[in-house]
Ligand binder design. Structure first.
Ligand code: PLP
Length: 366
């Protein structure tokens, strides 16, 4: 069995233990005589699976009882609409645009009310997190239903190293690509959401963690589909209709793995070590250049490029020949991107770094 070094941005590498457990249980889940894929979501066995997934997630993140956990479908993209449909009570929210996904979220929200752009780094090609002073100043007026950020910009390889201080305005964050990569102080947010396929499980599950008081009965806009009404989903235990049963089961296994590996503090230490290895190399290089500005660098997605697109293509091809997959950059940025999520090991990153050194010595300038 040959497994590659997988640096894909998402769907992305999963812990091998999770895949092996799922494979072992595929035909017969713990003596049930059937696969989780074939099981009623209303069965006692499945109830245990989803309850355990939530309980494990609550332990590893430290989610207080005042927050609800939802396992939904439709990806982070559907949350771009669900957030305003649930939270834009007075029809006005603030958005920080720091990349492609936060731009999409802002434009989607415009369909339901006013989605003010409070700050953007578009003029800098999204190579850094925007200055947050205007956001904090705007929050003082206290007339926004929420302020939305994308905490880790998967495409550009930037992340917030500090959150904006939003005072009484609830902070809403798309944490798709940084969820579970480091501790998350959930009480600083009104709501966070994450598509699971980056760091938490397979595609098809979206995790929403929402403060109870933000979802009063009848609070959602009249246009909000029943499925997307957070209150309804919370009351139904994410089972208003058939949930992504197998996806949630896999997420539960990932959560257990994170816990057994030492939790989010251990994940952060490992992720910082992997990132430091790559950024150190980039900063010493004459062939590669980091895309993100140092103060905004992500520890989940490391973006870099060579001096020409031809060299980039040669690098991607050479990497593939060495079993290093998924390093081609997003089309909006070009160059390369190494996504070094939790399931990507230090050894995987060392293999990439070794090839980068080799490429460097072949193409060194001066
Ligand atoms: C991948 C990603 C998305 C899009 O997720 P889907 O699940 O495909 O809708 C949105 N935001 C961020 C930060 C992402 O990384």
């Amino acid at each position: 069995m040959a497994r590659v070094h997988n640096f894909s941005a998402g769907p992305a590498a999963l812990p091998e233990r999770v895949l092996q457990e799922a494979a072992a249980e595929l035909m017969d889940y713990q003596g049930c005589g059937m696969s989780v894929l074939e099981m009623s979501h209303r069965s006692a066995a499945y109830r245990e699976i989803i309850d355990d997934a939530e309980a494990t997630l609550r332990r590893i993140v430290g989610i207080p009882d005042s927050y609800r956990v939802l396992f939904l479908q439709g990806g982070a993209t559907l949350q771009f609409a669900a957030v305003p449909m649930n939270l834009m009570r007075t029809g006005r929210a603030g958005y920080v645009v720091s990349g492609v996904f936060s731009g999409k979220a802002q434009r989607e929200a415009e369909r339901y009310g006013r989605a003010e752009v409070l700050a953007t780094s578009e003029a800098e090609g999204f190579t850094r997190i925007p200055d947050l002073a205007p956001v904090e100043e705007r929050a003082q007026a206290d007339d926004l239903d929420y302020i939305h950020i994308c905490q880790n910009n998967t495409i550009y390889g930037t992340m917030y190293h500090e959150l904006p201080r939003c005072l009484d305005v609830p902070l809403v964050a798309d944490v798709s690509s940084c969820f579970l990569s480091m501790p998350l102080d959930i009480e600083r947010y009104g709501l966070v959401y994450a598509g699971a396929q980056k760091n938490a499980g397979p595609a098809g599950v979206t995790i929403v963690i929402v403060r109870e008081d933000l979802m009063g009965a009848g609070a959602a806009l009249p246009c909000c589909p029943t499925y997307l009404d957070y209150r309804t989903q919370a009351d139904a235990g994410s089972m208003l209709n058939t949930p992504n049963t197998f996806g949630i089961y896999l997420c539960g296994k990932v959560f257990r793995w994170v816990e057994d590996e030492g939790g989010l503090v251990a994940m952060e230490a490992r992720n910082r070590e992997k990132a430091a290895l790559l950024y150190g190399l980039l900063d010493r290089s004459t062939v590669f250049h980091a895309v993100a500005e140092p103060a905004s660098r992500s520890i989940a997605n490391v973006t870099f490029r060579c001096s020409t697109p031809e060299l980039d293509a040669e690098f991607v091809e050479g990497a593939r020949a060495r079993g290093i997959e998924g390093v081609r950059g997003h089309r909006a940025v070009g160059g390369m991107r190494a996504s070094i999520y939790n399931a990507v090991s230090l050894d995987d990153v060392r293999a990439l770094a070794a090839f980068m050194e080799e490429f460097e010595s072949r193409h060194r300038i001066g």
